[in-house]
Design a protein around this ligand. Structure first.
Ligand code: ADE
Length: 507
């Protein structure tokens, strides 16, 4: 990712970010930070960039011209790298953040959004601020890092670069990974301890020494809750609301809502909206939107009831009330047929209706042996391991659904993210399976040569056990009509939802 900071103090930026983890990432080429000196663009012989304000008042203001020229030079650089002829071609796509106490408060969510950009331009003000006209022409986001006033925007820019950088893949090493820390979602971190066991007569809580993972997780969650309620009642209120939505969906139909429930209990779910029995949740990682509508009679199969619900839904729903949801998102997963039909009228199409397949066991599944295609057991050894990046082409070529470029790119990114696991007979890849972005188990393929040997079962069992070890409920989504997959799910003792979920994509 590339950061471009427009500043009067480039050394401050480069020294501040050139050390520690961001410094390491810069050296490894995973981040690129350029600090552009606005003074270099002054047309004044003394390199002045400020002047008095019209209308009087204390203090000086940064002038429009040097700020604009510095911004334009950055945009021109970005355009060149992207093969565009002119900076105006990229100007609408690249976000320019002006750091100011008047901006929107900077949050983790905003950091996640910025982390998905290839380039981010940050403009730092000084003195009394910057001439309004150049802000109007260049800035897309006004961001504040808190309700206090700093002497300039540099510290704020560094805070943003730091928080965004650690979300960029591979910036944090394995042991520091940001991927695992959000386990408790909206709650604050629990207290942590290191050696020695007793320090200043203070003992490390006994449960942490017990080796009992479940008990430790339980204790940590309790501590996180206590701490959040005490220190951040606002976050705690949001947490409680999310938990209430969780309880509501679980009670209505646990199997049908397993994707939404797991998204929440794995600490990835954010409640975007809960109005008139409609719940909209976003998966923080993949940004997938999950939707359900639990109005009276939603699960009644009587066509007359469904018809009347469709009429009711057509008159009033969250997508009408908040059209920006559909404007901003190309994909949404809903859990009701009447909603699917309404979304079809709003320019979406069903890409696949699926059953949810849920593993209700809490103990690990037994690992069964392989079979020869003639049905006899074999002691041929199978190893299952995470696929390394060099396998991406094999997997993407082989995956039956990688029909278009988008699917192909998706499978590639799943391999590169370490989410695909391969089954090997000797050194030969016989099949693979993976975690979808939002956490379901899927993408199972077994090469024809090795079919009917129960390799699919072995892969599914491996993934389910991996989930159970993490304290998750394993689940997958089976496309309606995929009889082979339905058979595997049943054989493994997974339960299928009665109703369907509908993945919808913009036409
Ligand atoms: N510049 C000065 N104070 C600031 C703040 N609180 N946030 C962002 N930029 C600033």
């Amino acid at each position: 990712m590339n950061f471009h900071v427009l500043t009067l103090f480039p050394d401050m930026i480069m020294q501040g970010l050139g050390t520690s983890i961001t410094g390491r990432a810069i050296k490894q080429g995973k981040l690129n930070i350029e600090a552009v000196d606005i003074r270099d663009f002054s047309e004044d012989k003394h390199r002045r960039v400020d002047d008095y304000t019209y209308g009087g008042g204390a203090g000086m203001l940064m002038q429009a011209q040097p700020v604009y020229d510095a911004w334009q030079s950055v945009m021109t650089g970005i355009a060149k790298r992207q093969g565009a002829d002119d900076f105006s071609e990229v100007a609408n796509q690249v976000r320019t953040v002006y750091v100011t106490p008047q901006g929107r408060p900077f949050t983790q969510k905003m950091a996640e959004e910025f982390a998905s950009c290839r380039d981010l331009v940050i403009l730092c003000g000084h003195y009394e601020g910057i001439d309004e006209r150049v802000l109007e022409e260049t800035v897309t986001d006004y961001v504040s890092i808190g309700d206090y006033v700093l002497t300039g925007g540099e510290l704020a820019a560094m805070v943003i670069v730091d928080a965004v950088s650690r979300l960029v893949p591979e910036v944090l090493g394995n042991e520091e990974s940001a991927q695992f820390e959000s386990f408790h979602g909206d709650l604050l971190e629990y207290p942590q301890y290191s050696r020695p066991e007793v320090w200043h007569k203070r003992q490390v809580p006994k449960v942490l020494l017990s080796g009992n993972t479940r008990e430790i997780e339980k204790w940590r969650l309790e501590q996180s809750k206590l701490r959040t309620r005490e220190r951040r009642p606002d976050l705690y209120a949001a947490y409680e609301k999310l938990q209430a939505a969780f309880a509501c969906m679980k009670e209505a139909d646990k199997r049908l809502h397993i994707d939404m429930l797991e998204c929440i209990s794995r600490g990835r779910g954010e409640l975007l909206c809960w109005e008139n029995d409609e719940i909209l949740i976003q998966d923080r990682g993949s940004r997938v939107l999950f939707h359900t509508w639990l109005t009276e009679g939603w699960d009644c199969e009587d066509p007359h009831v469904q018809e009347s619900l469709a009429g009711k839904y057509h008159l009033d729903n969250i997508f009408q009330r908040y059209p920006e949801i559909l404007e901003k998102n190309d994909c949404i997963c809903t859990h009701q047929q009447v909603v699917m039909q309404e979304l079809e009228q709003m320019g979406f199409e069903v890409s696949c209706p699926c059953y949810q397949a849920v593993c209700t066991r809490r103990e690990k599944l037994p690992v069964t042996g392989l079979y020869r295609p003639d049905g006899k057991p074999t002691d041929q050894g199978l190893t299952i391991r995470q696929l390394t990046p060099e396998y991406w082409e094999v997997v993407a070529d082989w995956y039956h659904r990688a029909e278009d470029e988008e699917d192909y790119a998706y499978v590639r990114s799943r391999v590169l993210d370490g989410a695909i696991y391969g089954a090997f007979l000797g050194e030969e890849l016989a099949g693979f399976i993976g975690f979808h972005e939002e956490g379901s188990i899927g993408m199972l393929e077994v090469t024809p040569k090795y079919q009917r040997m129960h390799i699919g079962m072995a892969l599914e069992t491996y993934m389910a056990n991996d989930c159970l070890e993490k304290g998750w409920t394993p689940y997958g989504q089976v496309i309606v009509g995929n009889e082979a997959s339905l058979a595997v799910q049943r054989k493994m003792g997974l339960y299928l939802s009665k109703g369907l979920i509908y993945w919808m994509h913009k036409k």
